[in-house]
Design a protein around this ligand. Structure first.
Ligand code: MV4
Length: 453
């Protein structure tokens, strides 16, 4: 096992990784930007290295500085967390050539899944169900129209370099498709430096259901069941839960086995997530694979009792999985609310600044993953996730009751947070019935605006 790991991240995930290392007896190196001098990951790590000024490009995204920090501290491995360098195949490759273990999959797996069109083609090869659509990249608007007529409108344009919903466009007619294609191409070029697009049939009111997998370097692969992440705002997940409220054993087995086939086709090892769209007829389609640990991994940990981060570290050290699929049991229900430092009454404007009062909820069934504390100053340079509040109950109803209670207990003063929106969601009749899709959040948003006016 590793003796020392460097964590190339910040915020709650850096803390989460430090906690896993502590339990495994591994010593930790935190890196931090000048904006994060007073951050908790800096206080909780065994060693610290300042890697530069606040902008991510000069610190958490700066590969030479992070590798230098690993070298001077003799860290054997780097955990990238999520975001920043977590899905950068070049970074994974460079770690390897510096004899530092990248805690994640191979650079090849990352690159394959990073190109969403390539991933889709590879999965089709393996007879894994994908949404009907183009075989590969669509070169121009005429080809898009030809393809859209073949698969039938409405269609969705997606960026090959995108993922997580960025750069997506819906078209209902030839005319709107031509327009959408041209703007999507320009947007993709601007956002990713890669203008390549592909086309899929639009699935109406789908659910976003993803399967957590663990794969070791010996070829053993297992799944830890699903998470339902259908409640999103502008492609940012807001609430996630496990199990999916409409899941049954047969569908779980089918999706789980399919996710394992996806991982095998990618030569995958480490923790990973296969995202599916689940349509109204309960058919599922491969959408993309995330080759990192995800924000919402705690709901899986709560219902399976498996520590995903510890397993990921063990796998990176070359140890085989000690778990088998038969030993994985889903028990109870977990819900996660993402608490962001944003103003839900003002278009979710980021709300950085000093937290003047802070109290975290606790008690039975409550887990809070957060780097915030009283007097902490939320810097304006990074994403606005402040805390993940996870409620665990025997069933969904109990988990919701605990979540409501915990949201009421949560105190954050001095800055705005998304807690009021989350409280509304926990009272929403569609959510309570487990019938969630995107449009519900929009209507809740209107109610929030009205109540505040
Ligand atoms: C789709 C879709 C409908 N049809 N693809 C892709 C990334 C993910 N964040 C959302 N994505 C979607 N891809 C096709 N062909 C609808 C979405 C989608 C979505 C899906 C499930 C639950 C919430 C969603 C919110 C926005 C978009």
């Amino acid at each position: 096992m590793f003796k020392k790991i460097l964590i190339a991240n910040r915020g709650e995930i850096a803390l989460r990784i430090i906690r896993a290392c502590r339990e495994l007896g591994i010593s930790t190196v935190a890196v931090y930007s000048e904006a994060d001098r007073d951050a908790l990951h800096v206080r909780f790590a065994d060693e610290i290295v300042c890697i530069g000024p606040p902008p991510p490009a000069e610190s958490y995204l700066n590969i030479p500085r992070i590798l230098s920090a690993a070298e001077i501290t003799d860290a054997e491995a780097i955990h990238p967390g999520y975001g920043f360098l977590a899905e950068n195949p070049a970074f994974a490759e460079i770690c390897g050539s510096c004899n530092i273990v990248f805690i994640g999959p191979s650079p090849k797996s990352i690159a394959m899944m990073g190109d969403k069109s390539m991933a889709r083609a590879a999965m089709r090869q393996e007879q894994i169900p994908t949404v009907p659509g183009s075989d590969g990249i669509i070169e121009n608007a005429e080809e898009a129209v030809f393809m859209a007529r073949k698969i039938g409108y409405p269609v969705m344009i997606k960026a090959a370099a995108g993922g997580g919903g960025r750069g997506m466009r819906v078209a209902h007619t030839d005319v709107s498709l031509v327009q959408a294609f041209i703007t999507a191409q320009a947007e993709a070029e601007k956002a990713f430096g890669d203008q390549r697009l592909y086309l899929e049939k639009l699935i109406l009111e789908p659910r976003h259901v993803e399967i957590q997998i663990l794969a070791d370097q010996q070829g053993n692969i297992l799944h830890l069941g699903e998470r339902d992440c259908s409640l999103q705002r502008r492609h940012q997940k807001v609430v996630e839960e496990s199990p999916c409220p409409i899941m049954d054993d047969d569908l779980r087995r089918a999706m789980g086995e399919t996710a394992i086939r996806c991982a095998r086709a990618a030569g995958y090892y480490s923790a990973g997530t296969v995202e599916f769209l689940l349509d109204q007829d309960r058919r599922f389609y491969f959408m993309e694979m995330n080759t990192r640990v995800q924000v919402e991994h705690p709901v899986t940990e709560m219902v399976t009792g498996v520590d995903v981060i510890k397993e990921q570290i063990r796998i990176a050290a070359g140890l085989p999985l000690t778990l088998t699929q038969d030993a994985i049991e889903m028990r109870g229900h977990a819900i996660e609310c993402r608490i962001n430092a944003e103003d839900p009454y003002n278009q979710f404007m980021p709300s950085p600044g000093k937290i003047t009062g802070f109290h975290m909820p606790g008690g039975p069934g409550i887990r809070v993953d957060s780097h915030a504390y009283s007097e902490y100053v939320v810097p304006p340079y990074y994403d606005s996730l402040l805390a993940k509040l996870i409620a665990y109950g025997r069933d969904r109803c109990e988990a919701i009751a605990k979540m409501r209670r915990a949201l009421d207990e949560f105190v954050v003063e001095g800055i705005s947070t998304t807690i009021p929106l989350l409280q509304l969601i926990m009272e929403d009749s569609s959510f309570l019935q487990g019938k969630v899709h995107t449009s519900h959040l929009d209507s809740l948003q209107k109610r929030l605006d009205m109540e505040h006016a």
